[in-house]
Design a protein around this ligand. Sequence first.
Ligand SMILES: NC(=O)c1ccc[n+]([C@@H]2O[C@H](COP(=O)([O-])OP(=O)(O)OC[C@H]3O[C@@H](n4cnc5c(N)ncnc54)[C@H](OP(=O)(O)O)[C@@H]3O)[C@@H](O)[C@H]2O)c1
Length: 332
Amino acid sequence: MAGYKVAVVGATGAVGRTVVRVLREREFPISELRLFATSRSAGSTVQYGDVQVEVMEMKMGDIAGADFAFFCATGDVSKEFAPGLASSGTVVIDKSSFFRMSPSVPLVVPEVNRHQLAGQRGIVASPNCSTIQLVVAMKPIHEMSRIKRLVVSSYQSVSGTGLDAIEELISQSKTSLDGGIVSPRVYPRQIAFNVLPHIDSFDPSGYTGEEMKMVNETRKIFDEPGMRITATTVRVPVIHCHSEAVTVETEAPLDLDGVLDSLGSAAGVVLAREPGSYHTAVECSGRDEVFVSRVRKDLAFDNGISMWVVADNLRKGAATNAVQIAECLAGS
Ligand SMILES: NC(=O)c1ccc[n+]([C@@H]2O[C@H](COP(=O)([O-])OP(=O)(O)OC[C@H]3O[C@@H](n4cnc5c(N)ncnc54)[C@H](OP(=O)(O)O)[C@@H]3O)[C@@H](O)[C@H]2O)c1
């Protein structure tokens, strides 16, 4: 079969399984597919089209020689294996946060900063799921008038934490409905029928790691180190899709119809234009686009626009973005 030798590390996880599915759906040209995870998963299989592909324990000797390697495991795994692989000619597309802020590593959302892939080999980082949908929605506005200030509150699904967290939400929901006592394991507090203003660890300033990822990654992707951004990231008892309430202030006043026209024709965006129409997580699950609705003039900021942004964190927020990066590099 003509195509590339492709490896997926973390292939048994929420993101890795979705990468395998998206590679197949988008018919990425593959001559050999190797799947890796821990020794616990060695010998299990992951479905690629009609074929069950066996998972191997991650070892440098077995992954060497891949043309493309998708890293969907932990930051430590990326740190240990990605540089060596990249220096031997493999394009590494990293879903972990480990290399995202490294100045020599491009952080790419193809609809926003595809130009950063020109001539690129080695490691390319894919941003945090909550950042990806934000920058896709902000790009058309930033092109109309430079963004001065960005205020975002997120409502993030449990699949953003991985397969264990999906299991925790389902089992806690059943236990709660049966009147039982819930014991949190993945999250610090009960997630079923609850809302947690806590994603990742807190830093001394009071922001969380997830909030600072949104701030720093958005600045890097737009190449705007001084962009004023504040984020409050919240975990909600939803299985798939992150939702975000966003308010943006631009340098120049914007005409609402112009903003709607621009969002309506933006790459990767689905716009609900009419007042009163909106998207929810359930409807956006399994989709690759970023869904924008509730677009309106903001009452609190001069030159302010507010909106509601929803996307599937495992697809556009992770797997689809990574496969799009590979498609750009395969075609270059
Ligand atoms: N979930 C999201 O929406 C999302 C979005 C963007 C980025 N990310 C990032 O993507 C990565 C994967 O997240 P996830 O949600 O898919 O997590 P997950 O469901 O917990 O899956 C983790 C995967 O990594 C594998 N793994 C863990 N340690 C490993 C090791 N030492 N060597 C090889 N494989 C190892 C696991 O293998 P076993 O099954 O054998 O344990 C599993 O396949 C994380 O870095 C996460 O921050 C996630």
